[in-house]
Write a protein that binds this ligand. Structure first.
Ligand code: UD1
Length: 364
């Protein structure tokens, strides 16, 4: 009897990672069931990614929705447990570091079902990040660990994970990016906002440490205001950030002369904006990788990153919320003296192929 594989997606960055995986499983005629936990549920946080990236309709929808960490994680666990007791998969594949990732991994493992983790081993060494807790715990109970960069294997080995479980396969988000490069290029989404190539910056912000309390959020707003004096900005606002900006009356405080505020964008639209931008200011994990691959300068508003290769070889610099650092690096970028970035090993569009071939040879 062939083994049954479950693929888990819950939040926006997960969808970008499962798209190439489902495609490769289809190519190899390997049966799988796609589970959407419902962690993200707005059209432009979820469904648009399924449409644009041709991800099959989920077989199972857990409808977990928003909530505190405990209630969201618990809801996913309770619903997922019912499903797997019923369906008895042999392998559960989780991706990334969101609450859906740890919730489903934990349920599977306690029912003696093997777990594969795509994007294993990344560490910010900052236990105040919910994602760091999710990563460490998921890796600890995973049977197969697929890594994106060499530092990840070093982290896992330090934590005592058996080397035989670890596979350096490259970056699956870059598979999706490469697949959609031409479409995004042709779209020239920047023109929709009358923005010429290379004349604008993008901001994205959603980490609790930057947007949850009024002090941090005001600092973020100050940084945005400073940036507007230097360059035109487009800011697609994540729901979490929007709720807080409104709560603390900061939307009005931001000088809106040189800033375009939009809803969260679809994948192709955002990729199109990124590739034509002068630089990006963000606190996202995935965008550090995407921008580095595209060789677009990226300034990250965090004190640490779990993706050190984007600093060593990519176009990323950590600036935290230090306005002076922001000034220095923005000036470097605007005067074209910022670092250029190099290619990354195995960020080549073939990561899903490597993962599925390992699953076939070693597992299925
Ligand atoms: C989650 C991930 C984060 C990832 C991010 C990408 C965790 C711990 N965090 O953070 O790692 O970088 O997704 O976006 O899993 N909301 C909506 N509509 C939606 C989804 C959320 O309005 O479709 C609002 C809700 O008010 C919700 C808030 O956004 O409470 C936050 O959503 P949540 O999934 O809890 O965390 P994110 O901040 O999106």
């Amino acid at each position: 009897m062939s083994k049954k594989v479950f693929i888990i997606g819950g939040a926006r960055p997960n969808f970008v990672k499962i798209a190439p995986l489902t495609k490769q499983l289809d190519v190899n005629r390997i049966e799988y069931r796609l589970v959407h936990t419902g962690q993200h549920y707005d059209y432009n946080m979820s469904k648009i990614f399924f449409e644009e990236l041709n991800i099959p309709k989920p077989d199972i929808f857990l409808d977990a929705g928003s909530g505190s960490h405990a209630s969201q994680t618990a809801k996913i666990m309770i619903e997922f447990e019912k499903v797997i007791i019923n369906e008895k998969p042999n392998l559960v594949v989780v991706v990334g570091d969101v609450n859906s990732t740890i919730a489903c991994a934990l349920v599977a493992k306690k029912l003696f079902i093997d777990v594969a983790h795509v994007e294993a081993g990344l560490r910010s060494h900052d236990m105040r990040m919910p994602e760091e807790i999710n990563r460490i715990l998921t890796d600890r109970i995973s049977d197969l660990l697929f890594t994106t960069e060499k530092s990840a294997e070093i982290n896992l080995r330090k934590e005592g994970i058996n080397r035989k479980k670890i596979y350096f396969v490259g970056n699956i988000m870059i598979d999706t990016l490469i697949t959609n490069l031409d479409k995004s290029k042709n779209l020239e989404f920047n023109k929709k906002f009358n923005l010429e190539k290379g004349t604008y910056a993008i901001i994205t912000m959603h980490r609790p440490s930057n947007v949850d309390d009024i002090e941090d959020l005001s600092k973020t707003a100050d940084i945005i205001n400073l940036l507007q004096e230097k360059i035109k900005i487009i800011f697609p606002i994540h729901p979490r950030t929007k709720i807080n900006l409104e709560k603390y009356n900061l939307i009005d405080k931001m000088n809106k002369q040189n800033i375009i505020l939009t809803e969260p964008l679809g994948y192709i639209e955002f990729l199109s904006l990124m590739m034509n931008s002068k630089f990006i200011l963000t606190d996202s994990g995935g965008i550090q990788e995407e921008a580095s691959f595209l060789k677009v300068p990226i300034l990250t508003m965090r004190e640490n990153t779990e993706r050190p290769i984007t600093i060593k070889r990519g176009t990323n610099t950590l600036i935290g919320t230090d306005i002076n650092k922001l000034r220095i690096y923005v000036d470097k970028i605007l005067s074209n003296s910022y670092k250029k970035g190099k290619n990354m090993d195995k960020w080549d569009g073939k990561t899903a192929e490597r993962i599925v071939s390992i699953l076939k040879n070693k597992y299925l």
